[in-house]
Design a protein around this ligand. Structure first.
Ligand SMILES: [Mg+2]
Length: 273
């Protein structure tokens, strides 16, 4: 067979196979096909050694940079924080997909997503740490650095508990191997002024600490106003272009005080246009 004809016939066979696979995928899902077959982003996080290798690389780079950032009292990872040399050093970490992995929840919950479903799932499952975070946390604390955990899991007050979700988050971080008390864990809506925009809570930490590092999996863990739907104090929604411009604007921080982990499963990136 001539090479061109051979390639064309191979292409036709593949196209037929692909359409057969595509038309059968809903049934496969209904019969409990593995996430690998239905959502490559979740499958990658759950099974790819590459994901573990990247996470370990990110945390190792952050860990190696700790002594220098502690020693350099002129340094802050918050662009607006100045004259903080007299304050104790702190690192701000996000929680989900930064400290604990919720990939198993992502592969098993029945849409639509709700914070309540995640809270119920987290109460029922032992938290799994992101590769590298436990070693990083240990080293940071040995150097006298305070760790703060900022999550957008929200507080929903019940009759006798202002924030029952906080217990879940504190437990999750502890289960992952980083014991922490509630004063260092900050949920959205825990205070009236703490909305989903994390820069408000970062600035709160900065009143009493020199923030030497930010670690997260979402642009919002680093840069203000990265969400499609702006929340106070942001007034404009983000776009693909505005997020890329902001990432470039702050380029000096990436890998230098700011450490970002991959999350192809969800995030503020997913809704912007
Ligand atoms: Mg996260």
């Amino acid at each position: 067979m001539a090479p061109t004809v051979y390639l064309l016939s191979r292409f036709a066979a593949c196209a037929l196979l692909l359409s057969a696979c595509a038309s059968s995928s809903p049934d496969a899902t209904d019969h409990g096909a593995s996430p690998k077959a239905t959502n490559p982003a979740i499958a990658w996080v759950q099974t790819a050694a590459e994901y573990d290798a990247i996470s370990r690389s990110v945390y190792r780079a952050a860990q190696d940079a700790l002594p220098g950032k502690v020693a350099d009292v002129s340094w802050s990872a918050l662009p607006d924080q100045t004259d903080a040399g007299d304050l104790p050093a702190a690192v701000i970490l996000d929680v989900d997909e930064t400290v604990v992995s919720n990939a198993e929840f992502q592969s098993s919950f029945i849409p639509p997503f709700s914070d309540k479903k995640l809270d119920v799932w987290n109460r029922a499952h032992r938290a799994v740490p992101i590769t590298g975070v436990v070693e990083f946390a240990k080293q940071a604390r040995q150097l006298g650095v305070t760790l703060f955990f900022l999550t957008n899991r929200p507080c929903t007050a019940s009759e006798n508990d202002r924030c029952p979700q906080k217990t879940t988050v504190v437990q999750d971080i502890g289960e992952a191997g980083i014991p922490v008390s509630g004063e260092f864990v900050m949920l959205s809506a825990e205070r009236p002024e703490w909305g989903k925009e994390k820069s408000v809570r970062r600035n709160y930490v900065a009143r009493n600490y020199r923030v030497i590092m930010l670690i997260g999996d979402d642009l919002g863990d680093f840069i203000p106003c990265t969400r499609q739907n702006p929340v106070h104090p942001c007034t404009q929604g983000a776009t693909v272009a505005s997020r890329q411009a902001a990432t470039l604007e702050y380029q000096e921080y990436w890998g230098n005080g700011w450490y970002i982990l991959p999350n192809p499963m969800h995030g503020s990136w997913a809704s912007v246009k």
